[in-house]
Design a protein around this ligand. Structure first.
Ligand code: GLY
Length: 372
């Protein structure tokens, strides 16, 4: 199968997202044209290193490129000051210079952390993303949002720093646990829901086969998702307007992630899927979209075996007011008003600045009552 190429059009900072099979094995060949000297620094995590680092090392060796690698612990707790400082200092020890290239090899945590390290190292060095999860391939590796978490909240320290190239190897998706693959699917379905009804129809027809492992369907789904993100990012790089649509489902998701302690009770992509269903339900309650829309969204997510509602989250959840308060802390709040991404139908999302708190509270109360 041939490789697909999506261009992220940002003038002098434009770059390609290459999507296809066997791209890790070709990474040396793909990255070589970016190099001023035949040396790269790779940062990855223990899980990805165990599965794929030998293959990446071989790919660089085949092209005569010296590779040095740092491995950090897997998981969200690595996305903080400690591993950030360690990464930056390691890159300095490796004598990575202004014109060198740093490689982020992993999921969203590695991509965000390494992108931020590249943004500040010597006031900015180039970096390449090789995302190894579905979520990272369709969302976090594209668009240049980089950063770390602090005790005050997630992603509160960071920079916009676009990669110079993204290599999305479809084959790595077959090494993911089914739950992780499906969590990434939450971000795929989001693109159809926010702006492409035809893609959503395609997902309804094909996503079950895709989740089972069909590689051609996976390549198309990643490509179409990246095309949508690339279009939005090239029109609104720093989220002055349209880019906010990418946060469909995320206000609910962030509140639920906080309520479940960012644990494996709820993975981020699972929260996004539930959040998308709730955003459609809220839109319907506000008379913005047809009665059938939220049920259609839930039916599709259920067909994939995904979580669609608060009743699908194990363990205790706080009450409606406490969840509302957690939404209020979301960084998308402007002047104390709740801001949501709502929809007039499938593929027709928009930013709503002043959503009535009572409607949101009632929606949450009903969803919590359905858990009993
Ligand atoms: N993940 C949302 C964005 O990149 O804007």
């Amino acid at each position: 199968m041939s490789m697909n190429v999506v261009n992220v059009d940002l003038g002098a900072r434009s770059y390609e997202v290459r999507i296809g099979q066997g791209l890790i094995a070709q990474a040396g060949h793909q990255i070589a044209p970016l190099l001023h000297r035949r040396k790269v620094a790779v940062i990855t995590d223990d899980t990805v290193a165990a599965r794929h680092l030998m293959e990446l090392a071989k790919a660089f060796e085949n092209e005569g490129i010296a590779m040095t690698a740092l491995t950090i612990p897997p998981g969200e707790s690595s996305k903080g000051w400690e591993q950030f400082a360690r990464t930056v200092e390691w890159l300095l020890e490796q004598k990575i210079e202004r014109r060198d290239v740093v490689v982020a090899f992993g999921g969203g945590v590695v991509g965000d952390l390494v992108g931020f390290a590249a943004a500040v190292l010597r006031r900015g060095v180039r970096f390449v993303q090789i995302p190894t999860t579905l979520l990272a391939q369709v969302d976090s590796s594209v668009g240049g949002k980089t950063g770390i978490n602090t005790p005050q909240g997630k992603n509160l320290v960071g920079a916009f720093h676009q990669p110079s190239l993204v290599l999305a190897d479809i084959d790595v998706l077959s090494t993911l646990a089914p739950r992780d693959f499906l969590a990434g699917y939450g971000e795929v379905v989001k693109y159809g829901l926010l702006g492409d009804a035809r893609f959503y129809d395609w997902l309804e027809a094909n996503a079950v086969e895709m989740a089972r492992g069909d590689v051609a369907l996976r390549q198309y789904a990643v490509t179409r998702s990246v095309e949508m993100k690339a279009g939005i990012v090239s029109r609104d790089e720093t989220e002055e307007g349209e880019r906010a649509l990418l946060n469909l489902g995320h206000t609910f998701c962030h509140a639920l992630e906080k309520a479940t302690g960012f644990s494996d009770r709820l993975l981020h992509g699972e929260g996004v899927a539930i959040g998308c269903a709730m955003a459609f339900e809220l839109s319907q309650r506000l008379g913005l979209c047809a009665q059938e829309a939220p049920s259609r969204v839930r039916a599709h997510l259920k067909a994939l075996g995904m979580k669609t509602d608060l009743r699908d989250i194990d363990g205790d959840l706080p009450g409606a007011d406490a969840l509302l308060a957690l939404m209020g802390q979301d960084k998308k709040v402007i002047d104390g008003k709740l801001r949501f991404i709502l929809a007039r139908g499938i593929g027709e999302a928009f930013v709503a600045e002043d959503v009535p708190t009572d409607t949101v509270r009632a929606l949450l109360a009903d969803a919590l009552a359905a858990r009993r």
